[in-house]
Write a new protein. Structure first.
Length: 146
């Protein structure tokens, strides 16, 4: 079974059982963002984590095996994404990327924010004018070394 086939089966079972990613994450014992990324094929799971997923979703061992494979990270191709949600995240980077870079360099020096040693959270912020999405990126600063 390919990783893409496993993801399709996972998403179908999740929908059939009316489960949330957070419910699955609680069963796995991981944060909802990490678990969702793993289910979408961006992180490998341990055997215990993969077994928890197939248990809650009622899937077979071939899915568990696929969940434990080392992934080919970076699921979005080089073209500009067309899905509106993903496009807006891309747009934020296009508009504010140089600002983010300038402020990181000003605050920390010459370097980058790690996407390997990285945490992310997504929260709903209630607002009388319409609820807002709060995305927090937290990555280790890695200075360039000469």
């Amino acid at each position: 079974m390919t990783r893409e086939e496993a993801t399709r089966k996972i998403l179908e079972a999740k929908q059939d059982k009316s489960l949330t990613f957070e419910t699955i994450a609680n069963k796995v014992g991981r944060h909802k963002v990490w678990t969702t990324a793993a289910l979408m094929g961006q992180h490998p799971m341990s055997e215990d984590e993969a077994d928890a997923v197939i248990s809650i979703l009622g899937l077979g061992p071939e899915v568990a095996a696929a969940l434990q494979e080392y992934p080919m990270r970076g699921s979005i191709g080089r073209d500009v994404p067309t899905d509106p949600t993903i496009y807006r995240i891309h747009e934020v980077t296009q508009v504010y990327g140089t600002t983010i870079k300038a402020l990181i360099h000003e605050e920390f020096g010459d370097g980058i924010m790690s996407a390997i040693n990285f945490n992310m959270d997504i929260e709903r912020v209630e607002d009388p004018k319409g609820d807002r999405v709060k995305i927090t990126y937290e990555g280790k600063f890695l200075p360039y070394e000469w």
